[in-house]
Design a binder for this molecule. Structure first.
Ligand code: PCA
Length: 195
């Protein structure tokens, strides 16, 4: 069996839940060829990536982080992380970096090392909204993906990130959402497409 370390974030920005952890914590232990290890990580710059690094000492085959992107209308594998922290709101430890590099001197951007197009297509093939996203933002999710991609660059461990929409109970008037059942099905389809 291949090993997949999959993470979800704790709630942030005054929300009571984070759909990423609500979904990740309910995934089965095995999907396709992958044995899953699940981890909740804090919505805190740098600390989130450090929590993943600590849990990934055994070098899993794939690390897949999942996060909330309120306002999106699809489950979106992220193509790239950029070397920039620029927070519109404080993280859960009160950090609010502006226009700051994650790793001074690091590459401007690092591409995810999972097959983002195949994952998005697998989600739509399952009858659910899925598309590749070309920006993970400049908050904690992008920070986490960037640090993990940088750490495992050139190794056998592949790293990816999937943003998921609000749950229906979170969505402000008119904002798109997906049910937990739909998010779970979309994540399962994406994991099956990891190869
Ligand atoms: N979403 C935030 C951080 C935690 C989360 O679930 C983001 O998109 O950066």
């Amino acid at each position: 069996m291949k090993q997949l370390l999959i993470t979800g974030f704790d709630p942030f920005g005054g929300e009571a839940v984070n759909p990423s952890w609500e979904a990740v914590s309910r995934l089965p232990e095995v999907i396709g060829d992958y044995q899953l290890t699940k981890l909740q990580i804090p919505t805190v710059f740098r600390t989130a990536a450090e929590a993943v690094l600590a849990a990934a000492a055994s070098a899993p085959d794939v690390i897949l982080c999942v996060g909330q992107a309120g306002g999106r209308d699809a489950v979106t594998p992220e193509r790239i992380a950029i070397n920039c922290m620029d927070a519109k709101r404080p993280d859960n430890a009160g950090n609010q970096p502006a226009e700051t590099p994650i790793l001074p001197g690091g590459p401007d951007g690092i591409f995810a090392t999972v097959p983002v197009r195949a994952m998005a297509e697998a989600i739509t093939a399952a009858g659910l909204p899925g598309k590749v996203s070309n920006t993970a933002g400049t908050f904690v999710c992008n920070d986490t993906l960037y640090r993990l991609l940088h750490h495992w660059s050139g190794t056998g461990t592949r790293v990816g990130f999937i943003h998921v929409p609000y749950l229906p109970e979170q969505a402000p008037d008119g904002a798109p959402s997906m049910s937990l059942t739909e998010i779970l099905a979309a994540l399962t389809a994406a994991i099956r497409a990891l190869g």
